[in-house]
Design a protein around this ligand. Sequence first.
Ligand code: PLP
Length: 409
Amino acid sequence: MLTANSRATHSPYPDELRSILSIRSADESGAWLSNWDQISPSATPLWDLPDAAEALGLARVSLKDEGLRSPLGSFKALGAPIALVRLILRHWHTHGLNPASVLRGEYAEMLANLTVISATDGNHGKALAAAARDIGCQCVIVLHANVSVEREEAIAFYGARIIRIAGSYDESVEHAANLAAENGWHVVSDTSYEGYEAIPRDVMQGYGVIAAEAISQLNRSAASQPVTHVFLQGGVGGLAAGVASYIWEHAGPRRPRFIVVEPEQADCLYQSAIVGYATKATGSVDSVMAGLACGETSPLAWKILERCVDHFMTITDDDAVAAMRSLAKGTDRDAPLVVGESGAAGFAGLSVLMRNPALARQVGLGSESHVLVINTEGATAPGVYGDLVGESAEAVLARQGEWQKSLEH
Ligand SMILES: Cc1ncc(COP(=O)(O)O)c(C=O)c1O
């Protein structure tokens, strides 16, 4: 399903949105995060996929590979840690704390009684747990019924206390808020709700690092025709808002078109575009794309998305799995890539549109288009990845290494 968003504008980036998300604070977040040893010191790769572009009928496809951002396995490593640092700076504002020292655990003794809590589908919780451990505070993570045991164990590995509920993701968000109120804990959530915006704003701001790196990598690349379309997968909308706002502020009225892709069973952003305000999904909110299985749009993210996302679309689980497999396979000119279930959704959405000439035309995609997609996770659930792709992530990475060596000869 595809819908055009009539509220999208190609104006300069509006000042009222700059007070929510801005290049200035995204760049500041990036500089602080470079002090955290869970983040790779170099930019994540921007892969050129010439064979995929040719097969799809496009001029160029560039893929930003967030699977390689951190041992945590996803772009979420950019969000929770920065929100936690900013929360600590706000709370202890008279102490003159240094953000780099916070991330290096130098105030652990002072912060030992601070407890943070969040509901999660997996990746956000893992990033929060790892940041809390390294900073030296306590972390409680609330998981809903559909989060796999594999993902639970990956979070528990970082020392978080896990609470499992029988209900959905949205119920886990409510449960976390109630526990925080009862115990004096701090919610560090990646989604906003009424009266709760500062922290999800900080989380989204961290994601701007992806856009900052992609822009400078594209500027340096030899065949640098401008990006015409950016595909962004949507859960609650935070990733899309963090990346799109940065690119929009940078490019102004000449910004590329943004297309948001969601699972058809968890279509809260698509539904929001139809009704014109942040609303709920219509489906079962259960998808192989676990990170995108969110039932409610983040109202704060929506403020950005409603103004700049040109099209919203949904895909099936099979579309995502097909994209994982084709990206894992690689070709003579395209590197084999480890792309997780939610990570593949942007490329899957692009493939769905290019298979249908009428849909491709509606979005203005054709032989002149240069498309940027973001792989937002590697094999964050390695067992699921192996089952779906028919090959382990290690085996795909080994083939990637051989592919790179073959280029050197
Ligand atoms: C791998 C992955 N990609 C994309 C998203 C979507 O991010 P958001 O919920 O901020 O829209 C998530 C969310 O958890 C995720 O884990």
